[in-house]
Design a protein around this ligand. Structure first.
Ligand SMILES: C[S@@+](CC[C@H](N)C(=O)[O-])C[C@H]1O[C@@H](n2cnc3c(N)ncnc32)[C@H](O)[C@@H]1O
Length: 278
């Protein structure tokens, strides 16, 4: 692993994550034999606007039940499972973090979804799959940690079947720099590689995709973070939350994301792209 990748891997490597989530579910009085996607949503959908965004993206993707979809940078698999649950698709998730993948697999077994949902620990830059393997691709808020955007998008295009669609939901830069750190995806600027939306578009087309849908979701992101305040004193954290994935300073990270959105330092893009048919 390069130094950068090591640092990013370290950031997304909490200890004993699955057991912490189980302890949270127990504390909330959930019967573990009946845990639902919605019970896990506060912790397992680690992207702006959580399950609301996932449901919108599922509609946009319009994947059909016979398809096999790749989720690139799946985290602990919340949207991987939701995508499979709502569409009937088989979904394979990959993520850099061994701890996240272990947690993703165990949560998937807890929800008895392992026949349709599987995971691998690997880098988005070196996918262990043959060319033209997947009917569709889905990637939610991973690009921020990827410096080699063209490499990532070319690798994504390689494993997608000709004519297949990829749905990307990504934080980009904006007109102003620098960012306030820490943010939910990075402790500092050594782990964050944002490019403005126009450059992101160029990378997508250079990788070989045609862009079919391009929606700027920044104003919805601003709305979602409008109440994020600068924390004072000890953090007041919920029983289950994404702080379990990236640390107790999550309120500072949310506040900085709010400032970055308000001051046009970051933007949020939803796009559907297609690999040209042969
Ligand atoms: C903000 S989280 C989003 C997780 C998930 N997509 C979701 O929406 O819940 C970013 C994820 O990207 C993963 N990631 C970062 N760089 C990666 C890379 N080069 N290859 C694979 N995964 C990566 C991280 O480990 C982390 O799980």
């Amino acid at each position: 692993m390069t130094e950068d990748i090591d640092r990013i891997h370290g950031y997304y490597s909490p200890n004993d994550l699955y057991n912490k989530i189980i302890a949270g579910l127990n504390k909330l009085g959930k019967d573990l034999s009946g845990v639902t996607l919605d019970d896990l949503q506060p912790v397992d959908e680690f992207h702006i606007r959580g399950d609301t965004a996932t449901k919108e993206l599922i509609k946009l993707a319009a994947f059909t039940p016979e398809m096999h979809i790749l989720d690139v940078g799946c985290g602990i698999g919340g949207s991987t499972r939701r995508l499979s649950h709502e569409t009937g698709c088989r979904v394979t998730g990959i993520d850099l973090s061994n701890e996240y993948i272990d947690t993703a697999e165990r949560l998937t077994r807890l929800l008895r979804m392992q026949e349709k949902v599987a995971f691998h620990a690997c880098s988005a830059l070196e996918l262990p799959f043959e060319d033209n393997s997947f009917d569709g691709v889905w990637s939610l808020q991973m690009n921020m940690n990827v410096e080699d955007k063209l490499g990532w998008l070319e690798e994504t295009c390689r494993v997608l079947k000709p004519g297949g669609r990829a749905v990307l939901y990504e934080v980009c830069g904006s007109v102003n720099t620098p960012l306030y750190f820490p943010v939910p995806w990075a402790q500092d600027d050594s782990m964050s590689f944002l490019v403005p939306p126009d450059s992101f578009r160029d990378f997508i087309t250079s990788a070989g995709f045609n862009i079919h849908v391009w929606n700027d979701k920044t104003s919805l992101a601003r709305k979602a973070f409008k109440d994020a305040k600068k924390p004072v004193g000890e953090p007041d954290l919920p029983v289950l939350g994404v702080y379990l994935l990236v640390g107790d300073d999550i309120q500072t990270k949310a506040y900085n994301l709010h400032r970055n959105l308000e001051e046009d330092r970051v933007s949020l893009i939803e796009t559907m792209v297609e690999k040209p048919a042969l």
